[in-house]
Write a protein that binds this ligand. Structure first.
Ligand code: PMP
Length: 434
């Protein structure tokens, strides 16, 4: 018990005094009462250990309470928590230079914020000021924030409210080849395809089975999807923003940033979550040219770039390098996708496996022929079962049909094997009961 507070008492407070939405989002029938974390592990108030394969939606990048990051936070905590950035203090400068060194030219000017929504809000404003244009295009099904402006970028009905939204935001089709209007099925040649390998933005190329011209054209476009999209936008006087809130900091394995490997350089990169390994922080990195357009007014953010956040984030960058977490993402993530693809071929309800590095989606269906999403109640049975066996994963997708696997990047092959065994057992048991 925490300060003598029972689970019942916490649930009562949750019902009475907490944002009611979190009750809905909890979704476990038997909630997890988290008490402590270390690296890839979480312990509940009863001392039961969980392997955390969701990491607060890819937020815990290098591990819960990572000793090196914790030491950096403690050192800064004792020295200076806060000062406004009208003063020159070392952690901010150390961090801005270090972060900028991880980005290609001309992305060298750093703005620090406290969250991903704030970063995207800022990027929207900068893009509009710099280009003189107003309209912003994002993909359907995306999430880019919940603030009054970024909710316009987010295109998932679960997050929308029936009030007038941000104007000037248009959501275009996501090139989803599993559930998109193009239909499709898996590549026969290779069980796991990534954006780079296959050329399809979301995973599996279905041109082998549906050799219609339209599909072939689509696939050839998708091969260079990002590059072509950037060209189209820039030809019309637009700028391109890469939201790396989940995909940055080595999570995709092959590269440090998700946009890398596609022969593009964005005009702005927004980031958050993994940047601080759970410490509230976000950033926009842009070009000197865009920064100059934005310098025409005063931009101020009380907590953005505070000494604590900078000290933590700086240590996170060092840790990514020293612990080799990007290499872990590549090795363990690729292994998991290949093994999950075998489960996909074995079980009728696993429709699709896709991702890159330690950013993996497992899309569940009623059956492979219909591809109808597995309904939420059914999803929850597997979700709960996996949790009861000691692993926390996430759920997402437009219909809540996709399990999300995004552990801290410190996991081992043994952890991956344990997850695979648990996931298979819960799917197997579900099929038996069905
Ligand atoms: N962009 C992406 C891709 C995200 O996943 C999120 C958070 N889920 C955000 C932006 C918003 O970040 P925050 O919750 O820190 O405002």
């Amino acid at each position: 018990e925490y300060k003598g507070m029972s689970k019942e008492r916490m649930m009562e407070i949750r019902r009475k005094n907490c944002n009611p939405m979190i009750m809905k989002v909890t979704s476990y029938k038997k909630p997890v009462f988290v008490h402590q974390g270390h690296m890839q592990w979480l312990w509940d108030v009863d001392g039961k250990r969980y392997l955390d394969f969701f990491a607060g939606v890819a937020t815990v990048s290098v591990g819960h309470c990572h000793p090196r990051v914790t030491a950096a936070a403690l050192q800064q905590l004792k020295r200076l928590w806060h000062t406004t950035n009208i003063y020159v203090y070392p952690p901010l400068h150390e961090y801005c230079e270090k972060l900028a060194s991880h980005l290609p030219d001309p992305l060298k000017v750093v703005y620090l914020t406290n969250s991903g929504s704030e970063a995207n809000d800022l990027a929207m404003m900068m893009a509009r000021l710099h280009t003189g244009n107003f309209d912003i295009i994002t993909f359907r099904g995306s999430y880019h924030g919940g603030s009054p402006q970024t909710i316009g970028l987010t295109s998932n009905s679960a997050y929308k409210y029936p009030i007038a939204g941000a104007s000037g935001c248009t959501n275009t089709m996501c090139p989803d080849v599993f559930r998109g209007p193009w239909g499709g099925s898996h590549c026969r040649d290779s069980p796991v395809q990534t954006i780079r390998d296959c050329g399809c933005a979301q995973g599996h190329c279905m041109a082998n089975e549906h050799p219609s011209r339209e599909l072939e054209e689509l696939c050839s476009t998708l091969k260079n999807f990002l590059k072509e999209a950037y060209t189209l936008v820039r030809e019309r006087g637009g700028v391109c923003i890469a939201d790396e809130v989940q995909t940055g900091f080595g999570r995709t394995g092959t590269h440090f940033w998700g946009f890398q490997g596609h022969d593009v350089i964005p005009d702005m990169v927004t980031m958050a979550k993994g940047i601080g390994n759970g410490f509230p922080m976000g950033a926009v990195v842009t070009t000197p040219e865009i920064a100059a357009s934005f310098a025409k007014g005063v931009h101020f953010n009380t907590f953005g770039g505070n000494p604590m956040a900078c000290a933590v984030a700086s240590s996170v960058l060092d840790t990514i390098k020293e612990d080799g977490t990007q290499q872990i993402s590549l090795k363990v993530g690729t292994y998991m996708m290949l093994e999950l693809a075998k489960l996909r071929d074995k079980y009728e309800i696993i429709g699709d496996v896709r991702g890159k590095g330690l950013q993996i989606g497992v899309e569940m269906v009623k059956d492979k022929a219909s591809r109808d999403p597995l309904p939420p109640d059914e999803m929850n049975k597997i979700f709960e079962d996996v949790k009861d066996m000691g692993i926390l994963i996430g759920k997402g997708g437009v219909y809540g049909q996709t399990f999300r696997v995004k552990p801290p990047m410190c996991i081992t092959m043994e952890d991956a094997d344990f997850f695979l065994a648990v996931f298979e057992k819960s799917v197997h048991d579900y099929m038996e009961r069905r």
